[in-house]
Design a protein around this ligand. Structure first.
Ligand SMILES: Nc1nc2c(ncn2[C@@H]2O[C@H](COP(=O)(O)OP(=O)(O)OP(=O)(O)O)[C@@H](O)[C@H]2O)c(=O)[nH]1
Length: 300
């Protein structure tokens, strides 16, 4: 038989801390979560309010979740982070490694001191969260250049297109392709070709503003998105970039043929039904640049 003492022992042994929290955010009880590798001792919290411990914005978020769980009666699952910056009385300057938690919040069917209460189980998911962040980065990144890949670009472009539709903000894009890379690969080997691709990627990183996005679209093709930039300014930027590429790639030449870059430029237009329409126009301009002798910028 599980008697009341054994029940208390079970509660103490709960691997993750379980808090009883009132509607107004008062800690009525804390059970479990005693492994100091994962959790701070929560016993000192009893009788205090969440707003005594964490700063206003975060405290309000906790209260909102408690209210949601009480109103719905259903299990509420939320992920959240807590760092030194959130805790009152600690300097913002201190170590700022956030701990990530998964909170499982369930309304209880009794009152404590005349207040409704919830059970809030907080699991430390920091390792899982870090792994998820790493996986997301990997799935968004081109392995060779470490620029974003096409998958990430397309997700970003969908967001940019929404911004363009809603706020009519000018958004331009450049699509460019190395000229004569095949010759470098064929005569100097794939490694030399890779070096040319990396040179281009490094210049993109150095030349872009924080809001600009560069991606390796595939093979020797790249795309740069320039928010808040009209077609004229995008073309001027493309011309500057082309000159930078040429200078940096001047050592890559075979039989007098230098590796250069051809660039197509387009800007989102009200007639575009999606970002793909803009990208197609930029691609058409790139094709024109190739046809007209390469190593040039053409605007759609
Ligand atoms: N070294 C290297 N080569 C690549 C990579 N990705 C694509 N390529 C090569 O890039 C070339 C792309 O084809 P094209 O654009 O037709 O070749 P190109 O000689 O640049 O032709 P133009 O663009 O018409 O000047 C192919 O030879 C691919 O094998 C890569 O990651 N590394």
């Amino acid at each position: 038989m599980i008697n009341i003492e054994k029940m208390a022992s079970v509660l103490r042994a709960l691997p993750d801390p379980a808090f009883i929290l009132s509607r107004s955010g008062k800690y009525s009880a804390v059970f479990g979560g005693r492994d100091a590798r994962y959790y701070h001792d929560g016993n000192g919290l009893i009788g205090l309010y969440i707003s005594d411990i964490v700063k206003t914005e975060k405290a309000n978020w906790f209260i909102e979740q408690i209210e949601l769980a009480l109103e719905s009666g259903a299990l509420l699952i939320k992920e959240y982070e807590l760092s030194n910056k959130d805790v009152k009385g600690l300097s913002d300057e201190g170590p700022d490694q956030p701990i990530w938690f998964e909170g499982r919040i369930q309304a209880l069917d009794f009152l404590v001191d005349d207040e409704e209460v919830v059970l809030w189980v907080a699991s430390n998911i920091t390792q899982r969260h870090e792994l998820e962040v790493k996986l997301r980065e990997l799935s968004d990144t081109d392995q060779l250049t470490k620029l974003f890949n096409r998958r990430k670009l397309e997700a970003d472009l969908a967001v940019h297109y929404e911004t363009f539709e809603r706020h009519a903000m000018p958004i331009s894009m450049l699509i460019f392709d190395l000229d004569h890379l095949k010759q470098i690969n064929d005569t100097q080997g794939h490694h030399a070709g890779d070096k040319a691709i990396l040179t281009v990627a490094d210049i993109c990183r150095a030349e872009l503003r924080k809001t600009d996005v560069a991606c390796r679209f595939g093979g020797d093709e790249f795309v740069i998105v320039l928010p808040n930039t009209n077609l004229v300014h995008a073309a001027q930027f493309a011309e500057r970039l082309r000159a930078r590429f040429n200078l940096a790639l001047s050592h890559c030449s075979v039989d007098g043929i230098a590796v250069t870059v051809s660039i197509g430029v387009a800007t989102m237009a009200p007639t575009d039904r999606s970002y793909e329409d803009t990208l197609k126009r930029a691609d058409g301009a790139l094709y024109e640049a190739k046809r007209n002798g390469k190593n040039r910028v053409i605007s759609a």
